[in-house]
Design a protein around this ligand. Structure first.
Ligand SMILES: C[S@@+](CC[C@H](N)C(=O)[O-])C[C@H]1O[C@@H](n2cnc3c(N)ncnc32)[C@H](O)[C@@H]1O
Length: 262
């Protein structure tokens, strides 16, 4: 995958931005009524904000997609954008400076998300509604998310993780003690997960995983998102989780592993 200023981009980028936009439309739409009723602000945390656009394209970057959607829906919000690459921070500041921001505040932090996220969390009110978006280019920092969501204060903040399933499996085949995608998700304190269908021609098996404690979260079939307790969602997750070797062993033995009984 080509990389510019630490931002990876590929032919998957447009489906990725489309998936993010769709999930934000759905989730912000639901949160709008709750935040209005309790007179609170929606919280958006972008742990890998990037420069505000996808390199070599006209596609908006994640903070801009969020701002446009939140403004369109008319929700009141605080957006916290974390980015470690200086050039990207400068570009994002220029970019966000050009946006009309009527309903919210946007804060940009330069630094490592592992260090900055706890600082941002200190500013968030107990019981806030919102979303953490984690889009790291490489293998996600699951530990960072596990730590954050162990805190009960963030029970209503959902998480959306961009996952290259193949990369996780490659690391696992080199370091056998490394955990599977499913094992990592199990340690994030969210009760319901939704996965996006894979593109068969994408060898990195890029997907989204959306975690929430909201039991009524729906499949979003038109955009390819399925609950992992649905038949389709379960199969996507199995496929993303297991290496070819593991799938073959499973088929042969008929044994049920943790992954298989999800
Ligand atoms: C795939 S790009 C993000 C793109 C962005 N989410 C978007 O959709 O436009 C990954 C970004 O994460 C940043 N990054 C990588 N590791 C980071 C870390 N530990 N802390 C903060 N930012 C990081 C990179 O500099 C890069 O800008």
């Amino acid at each position: 995958m080509p990389i510019e200023n630490n931002v990876g981009y590929s032919k998957e980028s447009s489906t990725k931005q489309e998936g993010l936009r769709a999930m934000l439309a759905y989730q912000i739409g639901v949160c709008k009524y709750i935040t209005k009723r309790y007179n609170t602000k929606y919280v958006y945390i972008d742990t890998n904000a990037g420069p505000g656009y996808v390199p070599k394209s006209h596609l908006d970057g994640s903070p801009i997609i969020f701002i446009k959607m939140a403004e369109h829906i008319g929700i009141s919000y605080n957006a916290y954008c974390i980015e470690k690459t200086k050039k990207n921070v400068t570009l994002l500041e220029q970019y966000i400076g050009n946006q009309r921001i009527a309903h919210g505040n946007c804060y940009i932090y330069r630094g490592n998300n592992e260090m900055i996220l706890p600082q941002v969390c200190n500013q968030i009110k107990d019981g806030s509604y919102g979303l953490v978006y984690h889009d790291q280019t490489k293998v996600p920092n699951f530990k960072m998310l596990q730590t954050m969501f162990n805190d009960y204060r963030f029970r209503h903040i959902d998480c959306l993780i961009r996952v290259p399933a193949t990369a996780i499996k490659r690391v696992r085949s080199r370091y056998t003690e490394k955990e599977t995608l499913v094992e990592e998700l199990e340690k994030i304190n969210k009760t319901h997960w939704t996965i996006r269908k894979l593109n068969p021609s994408d060898r990195w098996q890029w997907t989204f995983l959306f975690g929430t404690n909201w039991k009524d979260v729906k499949n979003y079939k038109s955009k390819g998102f399925y609950r992992i307790d649905s038949e389709i969602g379960k199969n996507i997750l199995k496929y993303a989780n297991l290496t070819a070797k593991e799938k073959a062993i499973y088929k042969k033995s008929g044994q049920q592993t943790l992954e298989m009984v999800l």
